[in-house]
Design a protein around this ligand. Structure first.
Ligand code: MRU
Length: 335
């Protein structure tokens, strides 16, 4: 099974697969400074919570190597996208390791990258155990290798279930407005040889109601201490439909996505993006000139709707306040 390589560290630059061009073109941009990486994160050339953390970590390594102001770069990077906590987490790790030595910053960035690849494998195995035989599994946005650098979190579960012979097909929400599902998840599943069908976001509830979905697996941008989950806009609606029809709703995410400093989902900053993303489709305007729009990039799913959170240290169950605290404690003890 092949997986995408969305970033590659080259020593003097970070080579980034430009995800805005997929699936039409496979093109790379070479980021040579933290400002270049920040720009790539802002325009979603590189995206997905774990991957923007890893890219920001390498950005600091570049900055340290260039003899530039690493702390100013850290502030710029953290400000690029407000919702995914992995960004701040990875930047803090590199700042703590750096100590004025570029080699230490680079080694820490590489460690964060390697740890995510390993976490994906473990999440994939824990998650695949939860999938019943011959399942149709629905996913939203792209929580694949394009979002993590490994096999992916939610897509890692789907790919591992496929390899284990459990999966009939994946259902892929197109994920308006930027189509991460249709453009990126479908591209990745095609490469991995996993059968899939793309659906418009609005079709999901009806297909779930007809009993044609055995599980929903999504990623997360931030999980609060109580288990509330911020993820791509539309996730909450899926969770409501899943609960109404007794379909399990799983969130697959590394522990680095859990933010114990945010008590509940109400404290998660939701990124608002440009109106133009909503008012146009494939570069063409779809609403009357002068239309206003709302464009929240994420929403919050209450913990009560989440069947389980699949992490690299195992499957967390409600009550999440307790299971998250215990898992984070174990992780600190093991590090
Ligand atoms: O705006 P994006 O494309 O960065 O949003 C990504 C998501 O919402 C993913 O589900 C999340 O980051 C998890 S990626 C493993």
């Amino acid at each position: 099974m092949t997986h995408p390589q969305p970033i590659a560290w080259r020593g003097d630059c970070l080579r980034i697969l430009d995800q805005t061009r997929l699936p039409a073109a496979v093109e790379y941009v070479d980021a040579r400074s933290a400002a270049d990486v920040a720009d790539a994160i802002r325009r979603l050339a590189v995206r997905g919570a774990p991957l923007i953390g890893i890219a920001a970590a390498y950005a600091l390594a570049l900055e340290a190597r260039n003899g530039a102001d690493v702390r100013a770069a850290a502030a710029e990077l953290v400000a690029t996208r407000p919702t995914a906590v992995n960004l701040r987490w990875a930047v803090d790790r590199v700042l703590a390791a750096w100590d004025g030595d570029p080699a230490r910053a680079e080694a820490e960035a590489a460690r964060i990258h390697r740890e995510q690849i390993e976490a994906d494998e473990r999440i994939g195995r824990f998650g695949a155990d939860l999938i019943v035989a011959n399942a149709t599994v629905l996913t939203h946005c792209n929580a694949g290798g394009l979002a993590t650098g490994g096999i992916g979190t939610a897509l890692g579960v789907i790919k591992t279930a496929h390899v284990g012979g459990k999966l009939v097909r994946a259902l892929v929400d197109e994920t308006r407005p930027l189509l991460q599902g249709a453009r990126l998840t479908a591209w990745e599943l095609e490469q991995a040889g996993v059968p899939y069908e793309v659906i418009v976001d609005a079709a999901a509830a009806g297909i779930i109601a007809r009993g044609n979905v055995q599980a929903i697996v999504v990623g997360a941008d931030r999980i609060a201490a109580n288990g509330d989950v911020a993820n791509k806009v539309g996730t909450y609606g899926l969770a409501l439909a899943a609960a109404a029809h007794s379909v399990p709703f799983y969130v697959a995410a590394p522990l680095s996505t859990i933010d114990v400093a945010t008590p509940t989902g109400a404290g998660v900053g939701i990124e608002e993006r440009d109106d133009a993303e909503v008012l146009a489709f494939a570069g063409k305007s779809i609403a009357p000139d002068g239309s206003a729009a709302r464009n929240p990039a994420f929403d919050v799913t209450p913990a009560a709707l989440v069947t389980a959170i699949i992490t690299e240290r195992g499957v967390l169950r409600p009550p999440y306040g307790a299971s998250i605290a215990a898992s984070m404690k174990q992780a600190v003890a093991a590090s």
